[in-house]
Design a protein around this ligand. Structure first.
Ligand code: NAD
Ligand code: UD1
Length: 333
């Protein structure tokens, strides 16, 4: 029996693949290469010294997805595949709804056809919209501000309804906070196309001399230094949460939701200074206007994951900064 990872060559999927293989799981990866490179598969094999089946396939292609379920014995699915750029989702909403939602529907219908009824889904803290207070617990009201976030909310709802209608199903929605960092080998990491939107990849390109300086989006928020506060989590810690979720999924029925964050908030300037200290570098930055749609503060209460999954983040901000830079400097072209 194998665990199918949709989007398994992407940033979070590839790190989770490594941890699953290291723990002795059999995995199958499906990816359409829309936001990753095929070589990532070789890197996963190099790091783990283990092999797995890889399908270059699109979730929107029902025949290809059915063939994968026909030819393999798949016990659970971890569903990472999706488009994830907030700004782009506002420019191309139909593409985002089609890829993320239709793709998920085809996946769920195929799982149902082949009797596979266990799924872990990559949701996001974005479903909390602009939270009234922090830390955020799983029972906070949900809302979104962009099509990307709405796809996450809709998919969570689709999964709720599916599990309610078919009692043999079980599902875990993991709401990730801000994943950063890379595998300590420096072989896999975050590799965004073009100019990054997210803070950590942007800082890395400034450090590499590819971008002149970081624009700090606003220093007049109601936070300790006026810059935005987020819950950054090391991608390896995040990956390990999937192993715990899988363990729980195998022994439960129904649906559960977990925040996956460290529970600690760091400001933009905290990140800049931690990156400088960890890597003995200087990051040039300028204060710029607030970015539209940004919120002041967002961090998790991750108690539920600790109590029910036995999972807790263990890596420090220094680890996140060191590992991110180690990957960038080894892979920058
Ligand atoms: P990623 O883009 O690196 O990985 C997603 C992978 O899915 C890519 O390799 C892409 O090629 C593949 N893919 C996309 N559409 C597909 C389709 N129709 N068929 C097959 N493959 C397809 O993104 P990531 O950062 O690894 O994120 C993984 C998941 O976690 C996504 O669903 C994302 O929305 C969610 N998430 C990410 C973050 C983050 O900050 N990285 C935060 C919260 C939630
Ligand atoms: C963004 C997405 C969110 C997604 C998350 C993780 C938006 C509005 N939200 O969240 O949906 O789940 O990424 O991928 O895009 N910053 C700068 N300068 C930069 C980049 C960022 O100052 O060049 C600041 C931001 O204002 C923010 C913090 O750094 O305060 C983190 O930004 P980012 O990495 O983009 O993540 P989020 O905005 O939290």
């Amino acid at each position: 029996m194998a665990v199918l990872l949709t989007g398994g060559l992407g940033y979070i999927g590839s790190h989770t693949a490594v941890e699953l293989l290291n723990s002795g799981e059999e995995i199958i990866i499906l990816d359409n290469l829309s936001n990753c490179k095929r070589e990532v598969a070789d890197k996963i094999r190099e790091i783990t010294n283990k092999d797995f089946k890889l399908y270059i396939a699109d979730l929107l292609n029902r025949a290809d997805i059915e063939k994968i379920f026909e030819d393999n014995s798949i016990s659970e699915v971890i569903h990472f595949a999706g488009l994830k750029a907030v700004g782009e989702s506002c420019e191309k909403p139909l593409e985002y709804y089609h890829n993320n939602i239709t793709g998920t529907l085809i996946l769920l219908e195929t799982m149902r056809k082949y009797g596979c009824n266990k799924i872990v889904f990559s949701s996001s803290a974005t479903v909390y919209g602009n939270p009234k207070t922090v830390p955020i617990t799983e029972d906070f009201p949900l809302s979104t501000t962009n099509p990307y976030g709405t796809t996450k909310l809709f998919i969570e709802q689709i999964l709720q309804d599916t599990v309610k209608a078919y009692p043999e199903w079980s599902c875990i929605n993991l709401r990730y906070f801000n994943p950063v960092g890379a595998h300590s080998s420096g072989k896999i990491g975050e590799d965004p196309n073009g100019i990054p939107n997210n803070l950590m990849p942007y800082i890395n390109l400034v450090a590499a001399g590819k971008l002149d300086h970081l624009n700090v989006f606003g220093n007049d928020y109601d936070t300790k230094d006026g810059t935005g506060v987020r819950d950054y989590i090391h991608v390896v810690d995040l990956s390990l949460a999937h192993l715990k979720a899988l363990e729980k999924l195998r022994n439960m029925q129904g649906i559960e939701v977990y925040n996956i964050g460290t529970g600690e908030g760091y400001s933009v300037l905290d990140i800049v200074h931690a990156f400088e200290k960890a890597n003995d570098l200087t990051i040039k930055y300028e204060i710029a206007p607030r970015r539209v749609g940004d919120i002041a503060t967002c961090y998790a209460d991750a108690t539920k994951a600790k109590v029910e999954l036995g999972w807790k983040a263990t890596k420090s901000l220094e680890d996140m900064c060191k590992d991110a830079w180690n990957y960038t400097k080894n892979n920058i072209k």
